[in-house]
Write a protein of this length. Sequence first.
Length: 164
Amino acid sequence: MRARIAALMLLLVVGPAATAEEALVGYKSLSPETALTLARATLESCRKRGYQVAVAVVDRFGVTQVMLRDRFAGPHTPRTAEGKAWTAVSFRTGTLELAEQSQAGRPMSGLRSLPGMVPIGGGLPIEAAGVTVGAVGVSGAPGGEADEICAKDGIAAIRDALDF
């Protein structure tokens, strides 16, 4: 009887053995080449509009893959672009939408106090087959709406590579 109880307790503590399939997780993420193509297309979109910006592309975990800063973009723009991209991938929502949802007095206003949160337009998540694979952030255009237009153009430039 004691042996059965001990075996049952051991099973509860250890649990069933995990197979390799259950123990490992697979995921999709942007390749460095695709992230660079996205960043370049985003920067070019802003240049055509006369904006000097910084563009950051982060992977699905919020880690920066690419950072480009145009010659006359302000010194604050790289950090802001990274923050926008990180915010977009973290919440899987565009930062222009988060800016609206997190206004003072709104239920999500507390988001603005989170470390690293940049709820200003210009950050967009990047999806492929319904899965978030990264995000792009833009800073330096005259307003978050203009930053977001450039980000959308950059994503459009890699859309064919993402659709699988």
